[in-house]
Design a protein around this ligand. Structure first.
Ligand code: SAH
Length: 247
């Protein structure tokens, strides 16, 4: 068959209009994948010592950071900034943590595939999504009803099946599913909540920012040994939103 200029043109336009894949959505995803790769390489893996911050090297943690589409966890108008080296607002005066901090805290907990994890401060659901790639189940508690409901819906829509979200005061932990191998707290109380220490398994570890509203907060590791003896160690100065209580 011989195609003249016009029929060739019509054929090309037809192919564009009726092609089964939507080229633009492909390239948008590719774009975020590329941004994610750069985030992991530049901000996380090869981070050089600056104010005590060093690169996160655990392969499984880096892989989880590559897999979870961070932009989906921030308001759509901020998607273009989702992979920047900073925290971002998620509404209700709360923030999603800086990617490096998410990776660093996750690495400190040394997650394993058969672990049960508790998170206090669901926020956007991003930290829970990252952790869920590395443990068997994540239980997460959020005190602001609207944020908790939004994260729950997003995580369900995105098919994360091993995350349970509860609305409540995380200071008290989540007794029914205790004890936990690891606990991560992403809002800062001025002291380590005793109920959380109680709900930590022997040989378990908790990572928690501790410090008053206007004080320097210290990211702290709390370890419980096999006999139940608890030791704490400060590992890095940080800035988190405060852990609030009802009343
Ligand atoms: N981990 C989140 C970031 C959380 S910001 C993410 O990945 O997006 C801290 C969150 O802790 C906020 O959403 C805040 O509402 C919540 N928070 C503060 N006090 C709390 C409490 N007592 N119990 C549970 N959540 C609390």
């Amino acid at each position: 068959m011989k195609l003249n200029f016009f029929s060739l043109h019509a054929l090309l336009i037809g192919m564009l209009l009726f092609s089964p894949v939507n080229e633009s959505s492909y390239s948008a995803e590719d774009k975020y994948q590329l941004e994610r790769r750069q985030m992991v390489t530049i901000q996380i893996d090869s981070r050089h010592v600056s104010d005590g911050r060093v690169g996160v090297k655990t392969e499984s943690v880096l892989e989880a950071m590559l897999q979870v589409p961070r932009h989906r966890f921030v308001p759509q108008k901020l998607w273009s900034r989702a992979y920047m080296d900073s925290p971002l607002p998620i509404g209700y005066d709360q923030t999603i943590s800086q990617p490096y901090i998410v990776a660093y805290m996750t690495e400190q907990l040394k997650p394993k595939k058969d672990y049960k994890a508790l998170e206090i401060g669901t926020g956007s659901g991003y930290q829970a999504a990252v952790l869920s790639k590395l443990v068997s189940h994540v239980y997460t508690i959020e005190i602001i009803e609207e944020l908790g409901q939004r994260a729950k819906k997003l995580l369900t829509d995105m098919k994360y099946k091993n995350i349970s979200v509860k609305i409540g005061d995380g200071y008290l932990g989540w007794e029914e599913n205790a004890p936990y191998d690891i606990i991560i707290v992403t809002a800062a109380p001025d002291h380590i909540p005793p109920p959380l220490v109680k709900q930590l398994k022997p040989e378990g570890v908790m990572c928690i920012p501790v410090g008053g509203r206007f004080q320097v907060q210290n990211l702290t590791l709390v370890r419980k040994d096999k006999d139940g003896l608890v030791r704490t160690k400060r590992i890095m100065p940080v800035r988190f939103v405060p852990l609030t209580r009802k009343d």
